[in-house]
Design a protein around this ligand. Structure first.
Ligand code: ADP
Ligand code: MG
Length: 297
């Protein structure tokens, strides 16, 4: 087990930030840690990386007890904090060499990491000259200098423009090929784009822990359709992928389908086969975004 969190609770004075959180992760998974602001994501990550002590509970990284041996654990963890401080007056390569010396990593690793995170063209610049997306790459490069097995990234894509978002997501996905990655976000699409699994946290409690495939199964297509003449319920019931349907009268039906395939063209074929015409068709799909809102509201 790469990450194991066992009944972790954290109080900041009387404020409860984490409430008996447990989960574990196998090697090589990319896990999205999803939740609204204030849910407890950063608190959990600080505890996982040994920078904050839980009030109760235990965490293990690769079988190392983080509370008992934080320094040993940190040798195999890469951490990108939420507000990652960078020395903006330093040059990219110089900064990374400085970080390497602090963490007693061979400086030859620096150029490797620069290539890995796609910083080659920017490595000679000062950090403050870089765009936010490239600054984020500097943070990620610093986090992987010691080739950690587990990578913990706290909101790595917050504040990036759409192109930078895509690039950083691709980078996380790439790093996930040989590392266990836990990254936090409040964007559901992010999870869809890069994760194998999503853990949803709300008010300090885990309310969902599903693989992406399981979540996608929960998505559905809701379609309201008005035909020009009447059809029997028995006929409607013959539609494929139907979860349920409701007769709203006046030849109007509310249909719920699984997300296996786009049912709109199928409905037009169905109408033709049954010699009726579609006057109106509207969809209100339950995608990951709406599911997330349902979970967290
Ligand atoms: P997230 O990262 O999901 O936005 P946080 O872990 O930062 O959530 O915060 C969880 C809760 O704990 C919030 O209610 C926040 O206000 C509170 N909190 C976080 N850090 C501190 C702190 N140092 N002192 C007091 N309360 C804190
Ligand atoms: Mg946070």
């Amino acid at each position: 087990m790469s990450i194991k969190v066992s009944s972790v609770s954290k109080f900041y004075k009387s404020q409860k930030a984490l409430d008996s959180v447990s989960f574990s992760a196998d090697k090589g998974q990319v896990i999205g840690f999803l939740g609204p602001n204030g849910a407890g994501k950063s608190t959990m990550m600080k505890i996982l990386t040994g920078f904050l002590k839980p009030t109760t509970g235990a965490v293990f990284i690769d079988e190392i007890n983080v509370l008992e041996n934080p320094l040993d654990a940190q040798k195999i963890i890469g951490y990108l904090p939420e507000h990652n401080p960078l020395y903006e007056e330093m040059f990219v390569r110089e900064y990374l060499q400085f970080q390497a010396s602090i963490f007693k990593v061979d400086k030859s690793q620096v150029d490797d990491c620069i290539v890995q995170v796609g910083l080659t063209s920017e490595a000679h610049k000062k950090i403050h000259q870089l765009s936010k997306g490239y600054q984020q790459r500097v943070g990620i490069a610093a986090a992987i200098l010691h080739n950690p097995k587990v990578l913990i990234l706290d909101e790595p894509t917050t504040g990036l423009d759409p192109n930078q978002l895509i690039e950083i997501r691709a980078l996380i996905k790439k790093l996930g090929k040989d590392k266990t990655v836990l990254f936090s976000t409040h964007i559901m699409q992010e999870v869809e784009a890069i994760c194998d699994r999503v853990i949803i946290i709300k008010k300090g409690q885990i309310i969902r822990d599903n693989t992406l495939v399981e979540l996608q199964d929960k998505q559905e297509q809701n379609i309201n359709v008005i035909f020009d003449s009447s059809l029997t319920s028995a006929k409607i019931n013959q539609l494929e992928n139907l979860i349920s349907f409701k007769d709203l009268k006046d030849n109007t039906w509310h249909l719920r389908f699984t997300n296996n395939e786009d049912m709109r063209p199928k409905l037009f074929d169905f109408a033709q086969e049954n010699k009726v015409k579609i006057l109106e068709l509207t969809t209100s799909n339950k995608n990951l975004e709406t599911l997330f809102r349902e979970f967290t509201n």
